[in-house]
Write a protein that binds this ligand. Structure first.
Ligand SMILES: O=C(O)CC1=CCC(=O)O1
Length: 262
């Protein structure tokens, strides 16, 4: 297991592909870890340096006490990429990972060559909605919300398939403190103004059945960046890299080719 001991945190990360290749960095969503990309990676072009990591409070990374600030999640990512001597990466950010992507692009454009804003937005929900979620989690744990969350993550057909149980269990295994910490970070984030100032190649990806960041919302954020592209993935909810990995990998590959990253 690879870990990076950064200033105040140890993060778990995984590198695949060619260590000398152009960097492609994946940033996971709330309640998922590096395994959320497992089915996409084998479908991507060879020759890339592929980096995935568990943000604080998730997977095998440290889990400090909640709350977390978005600035802290951005700084963790920045410090990890500096530690790994990564520059000019394409960042693929899923949901809160897409918020971290926007924050990092605003702060350190030298690290970010292009953004893939997957199932994300400049602002997700209202602070009161996140506070309600935090209160429910504190009262009843993840068990209280797991089915509700899965309804937003996946289509009915996927939820009724054998694969769904794995994702249910992974969500239940997510440290509650880490999950709540990240809910606070999302609640406090509104990147509309900073993201509007970004000028870099950008692809938005949305799921037709996304119950958390509907396609219109993803498009609205993607449109903040002039010249951005947009891909709607059908028969997918909030986590299309799990539900439709072939279409997801195809969209990513096309974008990477278009910008000359592969
Ligand atoms: O609503 C959810 O649980 C999905 C979600 C919102 C932000 C994120 O990262 O995942």
């Amino acid at each position: 297991m690879a870990t990076a001991h950064l200033n105040d945190i140890t993060l778990h990360y995984v590198e695949d592909g060619d260590p000398e290749g152009a960097p492609l960095v994946f940033i996971n969503s709330l309640g998922t870890d590096v395994r959320v990309w497992d089915d996409v990676l084998p479908l991507l072009p060879k020759g890339l340096r592929i980096i995935r990591f568990d943000k604080r409070g998730h997977g095998q990374s440290d889990c400090p006490p909640a709350p977390y600030a978005m600035g802290t999640l951005v700084r963790d990512t920045e410090t990890l990429l500096d530690h790994l001597e990564v520059k000019d990466a394409v960042l693929v950010g899923l949901s809160i990972g897409g918020m971290i992507t926007q924050g990092l692009a605003v702060k350190r454009l030298d690290l970010v060559r292009a953004m893939v804003l997957s199932n994300t937005a400049a602002k997700i929900g209202q602070p009161s909605m996140w506070q309600d979620r935090i209160t429910a989690l504190q009262a009843g744990g993840m068990e209280a919300l797991v089915d509700n969350i899965l309804e937003r993550w996946f289509t009915k057909a996927f939820r009724e398939s054998d694969a769904a149980g794995v994702w249910r269990q992974r969500l239940l295994d997510t440290p509650l403190e880490g999950y709540i910490g990240c809910c606070h970070a999302i609640a406090g984030t509104d990147f509309y103004t900073p993201t509007s100032g970004l000028r870099l190649p950008t692809l938005g990806i949305a799921g037709s059945d996304d119950g958390s960041t509907p396609a219109d919302l993803v498009r609205e954020t993607t449109d903040l960046v002039p010249g951005s592209k947009f891909k709607l993935i059908r028969r997918a909810g909030h986590i299309p890299c799990v539900e439709q990995p072939e279409t997801y990998a195809e969209a990513l590959t096309h974008f990477l080719q278009e910008i000359g990253h592969v």
